[in-house]
Write a protein that binds this ligand. Structure first.
Ligand SMILES: [Mn+2]
Length: 424
């Protein structure tokens, strides 16, 4: 019987094959029946059963654990492919043919989580976006109880709509993805490396000192290919394209405590902008898709490569420290959540070689399907509501304005800014 199916990822630095040889594999599952963290442990070989090796699958205590519910789980004895019970299968009869996805979509059990595609798409019977086939297109990634529902197909269409704008900020750099095969409220996988069976639209990029190739997305079709993997968030490196060791931009993440009004975050962004522009840098602002704002400054690649990530990070930190020293009642540079009360954490930690920041226009796996929206500085003022920028609204709003239109001309050498900062 095909008892369960879905996605899994080892939660270990060892390759899964090595972990299995060692007899203990930690993994996260996003299946139709099993979810969350599990450990697969090899039992001592049983003398009675001579040579037969049993494995125990043990549930981690996490939000998907259901203590005392083991029997209920075992009673789910129907095939996820055909819906038949073990008794029906052993009795024979009607056989299951065809693709598992096709059958799963036709099952009554799947109905509450499905909705029909628009008629037009059905007429063309195409689940492809830019030639990339989307399996399980009806899968709800942002379910309807969190505002407008968004399916996997909707995600692919969204990335098609904004992809040309996005891709320049992603291409040429390793890009981590957050995969949510079962959508919001279910287990997620943070994936840095290339998937096992990789689409031809994706790139495997080898980075010095890193054994495994990183995932890289160089074209819009690649964005659709990761939508097919249920990648709901994109987090690229901040290096210059094709130069993993060269800082290509700085990202300052303004991260407010729970009780800070968004207008205060707006003030922080404007203050930081003033500081950075005074050092000769050009700045760009975007929402994070959450409660913060990002201030981004593009850097002109330094040909002699005298400025590396150590210097860039030290600079970013120093700018944030100066801002916090001027207004310690508003800002702090320590990550500790406990200390943050009523203040905004000036998070400079995105600025490191392997650190990532959410890409402009990347969706976020949060209620309402918000996106990290690039803004015109004129929009960064009191009353700005970051939650109005969603997968549904962003394509239209992007077409209406021209945020970051001068980003390409905005790159400045960091070395000059560092000199000015030191002499200030
Ligand atoms: Mn942060």
């Amino acid at each position: 019987m095909l008892w369960d199916r879905g996605y899994w990822l080892p939660q270990d630095n060892r390759p899964a094959s090595q972990a299995l040889r060692d007899g203990e594999l930690k993994l996260v599952l996003a299946g139709e029946k099993l979810e969350g963290g599990w450990i697969l442990v090899r039992m001592q070989s049983d003398r009675e059963q001579r040579g037969r090796i049993n494995w125990l699958l043990i549930k981690h205590r996490d939000q998907w654990a259901r203590p005392g519910d083991a029997d209920a789980l075992l009673r789910k004895d129907r095939s996820v492919a055909t819906g038949r019970t073990m008794r029906q299968i052993t009795a024979g009869g009607e056989r299951y043919h065809g693709s598992p996805d096709h059958v799963a979509n036709a099952l009554p059990a799947a109905a509450p989580h499905s909705r029909p595609l628009p008629q037009r798409s059905q007429a063309k019977h195409s689940n492809a976006v830019l030639g990339v086939a989307i399996s399980n297109p009806h899968k709800l990634l942002w379910p309807e109880d969190h505002g407008d529902p968004v399916t996997k197909f909707d995600l692919a269409r969204y990335l098609e709509a904004v992809g040309a704008w996005m891709i320049g900020h992603i291409a040429g750099r390793p890009c981590s993805i957050v995969r949510a095969p079962n959508g919001l409220g279910h287990p997620t996988f943070f994936q840095r490396h290339v998937p096992v069976r990789m689409s031809r639209h994706l790139v495997a990029t080898q980075v010095a000192d890193e054994p495994k190739p990183y995932l890289q997305i160089d074209k819009v079709e690649g964005l659709i290919a990761v939508a097919q993997l249920a990648a709901v968030e994109l987090h690229p490196w901040n290096c210059a394209p094709q130069r993993p060791d060269a800082p290509g931009r700085l990202v300052f993440d303004l991260d407010p405590a729970e009780n800070v009004a968004f207008d205060e975050v707006v003030t922080a962004a404007l203050t930081l902008r003033e500081r950075l522009e005074a050092l000769g840098l050009r700045t760009f602002c975007k929402t994070t898709g959450g409660k913060g704002l990002h201030v981004v400054t593009p850097l002109r690649a330094d040909k002699r490569q005298t400025i590396g990530w150590d210097e860039a990070k030290a600079f970013a930190r120093s700018v944030c420290v100066a801002m916090a020293q001027d207004q310690p009642d508003r800002y702090l540079v320590k990550m500790t959540k406990r200390l943050r009360t009523g203040r905004i954490f000036l998070d400079y930690l995105r600025n490191d070689r392997t650190a990532t920041a959410v890409a402009p226009l990347s969706p976020r796996l949060r209620p309402g399907a918000p996106v990290s929206m690039p803004l015109d500085w004129r929009q960064v003022r009191r009353g700005l509501d970051p939650l109005r920028f969603t997968i549904r609204t962003a394509p239209r709003l992007l077409a209406r304005g021209s945020p970051w239109s001068d980003y390409g001309d905005g790159a400045r050498p960091l070395v000059d800014a560092i000199k000015r900062h030191m002499s200030a």
